[in-house]
Design a protein around this ligand. Structure first.
Ligand SMILES: Cc1cc2nc3c(=O)[nH]c(=O)nc-3n(C[C@H](O)[C@H](O)[C@H](O)COP(=O)(O)OP(=O)(O)OC[C@H]3O[C@@H](n4cnc5c(N)ncnc54)[C@H](O)[C@@H]3O)c2cc1C
Length: 284
């Protein structure tokens, strides 16, 4: 099917894009890489009268350092983030997660910001962003505001970004020297995660000093495995100690049941994948 007819706008600044959003209101839809939006339009699940393409706004693209943070422009593609040296050095968890996100074609078009605003519970970037305690910079006609990752994902396909706002960049506190691993369970490669676990660990001489763990597809939003994080601190990075701590991985989660697996199966997967991810992140 082809999408219903729409007017196409390609602003070159964020201000122009915001003005177009303000003018067209509910009738307008932002487009980033189009990898999730275009299938929706083609299936006619949504039929906006105006599509505002952010692709020509150069200022929304790129990766830079800003003191203790790494700043990733919303329109930076998955390929650019996944192959960037600064990201590998200061936020290795993103590099690891992006190795598992879709196929090369989607990674070349899809954007970091687009995937995060799309907020699919099975998406691969939410859990790493949450574990890394990212901050989201959101622009509106009244100015910009910053939202912590813990407040950004509000429900299935829903974030703190309002209808009249644009995500401009994501600030990631540097996790220099932290190990990382993304364990994604799928039936077929390039599939969406049945469950995935994003773990990043700072180890000191074989002991876990700090750990941050995000869970993918274990609820309507990405979740932190806080009980596991706390249990890991001060523990040796050994199979036994990590296995013990990982038992709490599914605490407080509400995983879905579907044809890929029921909720109990997903809870089991979460504990297994957490153990594997933490051991790999800690170099164990
Ligand atoms: C075949 C296929 C397989 C895929 N597999 C995976 C996978 O395994 N894991 C995974 O995580 N993802 C996967 N994806 C999704 C991919 O990551 C998309 O790139 C992503 O979901 C959307 O990014 P986009 O840049 O294409 O955004 P778009 O599709 O252009 O936009 C998505 C939504 O976000 C809004 N939006 C986008 N950018 C902004 C912004 N800056 N400010 C405000 N609103 C914005 C749009 O209005 C739209 O509602 C897959 C996609 C396809 C087509």
């Amino acid at each position: 099917m082809i999408p219903a007819q729409f007017e196409y706008l390609a602003p070159t600044t964020v201000e122009e894009a915001l003005a177009a959003l303000a003018e067209h209101g509910d009738e307008a839809k932002i487009m980033a890489g189009g990898q999730s939006l275009l299938p929706v339009l083609r299936m006619r699940l949504n039929a906006p009268e105006v599509v505002i393409d952010l692709g020509r706004i150069e200022g929304l693209r790129g990766i830079r350092e800003d003191g203790d943070a790494l700043v990733i422009g919303a329109m930076t593609t998955h390929t650019e983030v996944g192959t960037n040296e600064l990201v590998a050095q200061h936020a290795l968890l993103l590099t690891k997660a992006l190795e598992h996100l879709a196929d090369a074609q989607v990674r070349h078009r899809g954007t970091f910001g687009g995937a995060l605003v799309h907020a699919d519970p099975a998406g691969d970037l939410g859990a790493p962003a949450l574990a890394l305690e990212a901050e989201f910079v959101i622009a509106g006609t009244g100015g910009s505001r910053t939202v912590a990752a813990a407040d950004f994902f509000t429900d299935v396909f829903t974030t703190a970004v309002g209808e009249d706002e644009i995500l401009t960049e994501v600030r990631i506190p540097k996790h220099t020297g932290w190990g990382a691993q993304y364990e994604k369970f799928v039936r077929v490669s390039h599939q969406w995660a049945i469950v995935a676990v994003a773990a990043t660990v700072r180890a000191e001489g074989g002991t876990i000093a700090e750990a941050a763990i995000g869970l993918t597809n274990m609820g309507s939003t990405p979740l932190r495995a806080s009980a596991v994080e706390q249990a890991l601190v001060g523990q040796p990075a050994t199979e036994d100690a990590v296995r013990q701590a990982a038992q709490a991985a599914a605490d407080g989660t509400t995983p879905p049941s579907d044809l890929n697996g029921d909720a109990d199966y997903r809870r089991h997967l979460a504990t297994v994948l957490t153990r594997r991810a933490v051991l790999a992140a800690a170099g164990g």
